[in-house]
Design a protein around this ligand. Structure first.
Ligand code: ATP
Length: 338
């Protein structure tokens, strides 16, 4: 089976600015694929390139194995859910959902039946006669989703679709979206700048920085084996430590990343032969609910952050000396150009 989407050395320039810079990637059929990165890193432009709202300055985009260069947006087997939903305010929900089918010339009976089916997929079967203004933010979001799904596109493009929702609703919609995607088997390409959202929903994630891809990996690998300092910093929280003694003669710099939850306070239960121990002074302690965040300054001025369970065990005092320990295999080494 061909890949759902392929970027083959794609660049998109706006004037001199490389919004997308030589990106190659493949998205599998039925995959939940996220594009994650800070503002301005080129994610939306990539989505627009798939949709056909932008054309590459160089390189090729393939959809289902076919070069999409000559295809207009409406000729591509893709659909987009926008952050602002873009619903027609004066049209009722059922007709909003059916609209795309009408444009395609599908007869009234069939399009309304399919719109009803799409509305029940997003648990809004009883809301067809309402106007968008009579719905909550989460319900509007579901209507936008139903409208994009009604034509059963091969690929659904979602541009920060949950950005306008409050945190609780956002988390609820995350699992609903993921479940729906699994059930329908449609390829989702999901753009977000929220790393926890990308980690929790995706089969694979592409991390973008400055128009380039830093890493493409499963959420677990992205978290455990970040390919660069940028990824280690951007995805979750990491301690990134320079290891001056490990500078190689080739002019490369060796750094290691270690997640705060892998660092423990004191050495209880740790086998010394498999562990690193370091002494330092507590600089700050914050109670975060399930865990405490403890900042410890080591002799060489490096500051390490540890997350320790907040139940049981007395906390050290700020300014006191403590010992930290972590397993050697919790350290992930990264080589970068010096
Ligand atoms: P955000 O999360 O803020 O939406 P993004 O990662 O999606 O950011 P893009 O919207 O793809 O980033 O933009 C990438 C870069 O390209 C930005 O510097 C942006 O200003 C620029 N850009 C995007 N569209 C255009 C355009 N039509 N004309 C000129 N510059 C553009």
């Amino acid at each position: 089976m061909p890949h759902a989407v392929t970027f083959d050395h794609v660049s998109r320039l706006f004037g001199q600015m490389r919004a997308v810079d030589n990106v190659s990637l493949t998205i599998n059929e039925g995959e939940f694929f996220s594009m994650l990165g800070p503002s301005g890193s080129g994610k939306t432009t990539c989505l627009r390139l798939i949709a056909g709202f932008e054309l590459p300055s160089s390189g090729r985009i393939l959809i289902a194995g076919q070069d999409a260069s000559a295809l207009a947006p409406f000729e591509r087997d893709v659909n987009t859910v926008f952050q602002d939903y873009a619903l027609f305010p004066t049209m009722d929900v059922l007709n909003n959902v059916a609209y795309g089918l009408m444009v395609k010339g599908v007869g009234k009976k069939e399009r309304l039946a399919r719109a009803e089916e799409a509305l029940s997929m997003v648990a809004l079967a009883d809301y067809g006669s309402r106007k968008p203004g009579e719905l909550s933010g989460g319900q509007r979001q579901r209507v936008a989703l139903a409208r994009a799904l009604v034509g059963r596109p091969r690929v659904l493009l979602l541009d920060e679709p949950l950005g306008a929702l409050d945190l609780k609703l956002r988390e609820q919609m995350q699992s609903e979206l993921k479940n729906l995607q699994r059930k329908l088997g449609i390829t989702f390409v999901f753009v977000t700048h929220d790393q926890s959202e990308a980690l929790s929903m995706s089969d694979r994630v592409a991390v973008f920085a400055k128009g380039r891809i830093e890493q493409i990996a499963t959420p677990q690998d992205l978290y455990d084996k970040p390919a660069s300092r940028f990824v280690a910093d951007f995805v979750g929280t990491s301690n990134v430590v320079d290891a001056p003694l490990a500078q190689s003669l080739t002019g490369q710099r060796r750094i290691f990343a270690i997640r705060p939850e892998r660092i423990q306070l004191g050495c209880a239960g740790i086998v010394t032969a498999h562990a690193v121990r370091a002494k330092g002074v507590v600089r700050d302690i914050a109670f975060l609910g399930a865990v405490n965040r403890i900042e410890v300054e080591l002799a060489g001025k490096a500051v390490l952050t540890a997350l320790t369970p907040s139940f049981g065990g007395a906390l050290p005092l700020i300014g006191s000396e403590v010992e930290l320990a972590w397993r050697i295999d919790a350290m992930h080494w990264i080589t970068e150009a010096a």
